[in-house]
Design a protein around this ligand. Structure first.
Ligand code: PGA
Length: 250
């Protein structure tokens, strides 16, 4: 069976106080038996959350990375720096990065490659906008985004793919389990064209308004191996309930 992974994406939220209260709140709750738990947080908090969360079984990751190893890139953070402070994971190509910061498919691919070179597991986000879905372009868009990454990286080097329909992010309107499963299956088939064995083990996460109430039915789908959780991950109790929904699937 594929590993189950639930990843928090805090985005640009929180404070040191929030990090400490969150970790203390999560630590009081039952430990998952098999689901991997990852918290991706703003760069400045990574060292502190690593210190607080690694002892309670949570791995840490970044929300973005620069594609270059070092140099004159004022304000940027390299994958080596992330590994240095204990990150194991790194989100790349989140739709907010693509839409608000103009990240292209090619740049996302280079970021994923930089993460792998530094020993991180990239979580590569793909997803269509509402207009793309309504015009019937969903699969074409997702496969285009995926192909850019597969052209520079072997699927066995990917940490996870996250399918995040843009229309479902932060809107409270999650994709239904069937709609999500159809896209996850198309993603796995595309990966299988490159490496059938890696396609079977690659975790494909769903993201977009995952809540404790919706998690179990999403994660029960054949090709949904966990979630990338934004809003509901800011509260340790809600996030823990989502982790436990993945953990219950054995
Ligand atoms: P959401 O965000 O759970 O708040 O919809 C998910 C994400 O953007 O990763």
């Amino acid at each position: 069976m594929r590993e189950k992974i639930v990843v928090a994406n805090w985005k640009m939220n929180g404070s040191l106080k929030h990090c400490r209260e969150w970790a203390a709140g999560f630590a009081e709750l039952p430990k998952p038996q098999q689901a991997r738990t990852v918290v991706c947080a703003p760069f400045v908090y990574l060292t502190e959350i690593g210190r607080l969360m690694m002892p309670i079984g949570i791995e840490i990751g970044a929300e973005d990375v620069n594609e270059n190893p070092s140099g004159a890139y004022t304000g940027e953070i390299s994958a080596g720096m992330l590994a240095d402070v204990g990150c194991r994971w790194c989100i790349v190509g989140h739709s907010e990065r693509r839409q608000l910061f103009g990240e292209t498919d090619n740049r996302v691919a280079m970021k994923a490659l930089a993460a792998v070179k530094a020993g991180l597991r990239p979580i590569v986000c793909v997803g269509e906008t509402l207009a793309e879905r309504e015009s019937g372009a969903t699969e074409r868009v997702i496969l285009r985004q995926l192909t850019a990454v597969l052209s520079v990286l072997s699927p066995k080097d990917l940490g996870a793919i996250a399918y995040e329909p843009v229309w479902a992010i932060g809107t409270g309107k999650s994709a239904t389990p069937n709609v999500a499963q159809a896209v996850h299956s198309a993603i796995r088939q595309r990966v299988a064209q490159v490496n059938a064995e890696a396609a079977q083990t690659l975790p494909i996460l769903y993201g977009g308004s995952v809540k404790p109430e919706s998690a179990a039915s999403l994660f029960a789908q054949a090709d949904i191996d966990g979630g990338l959780v934004g809003g509901a991950a800011l509260d340790p109790v809600s996030f823990h309930a989502i982790v436990m929904a993945a953990d219950a699937l054995r």
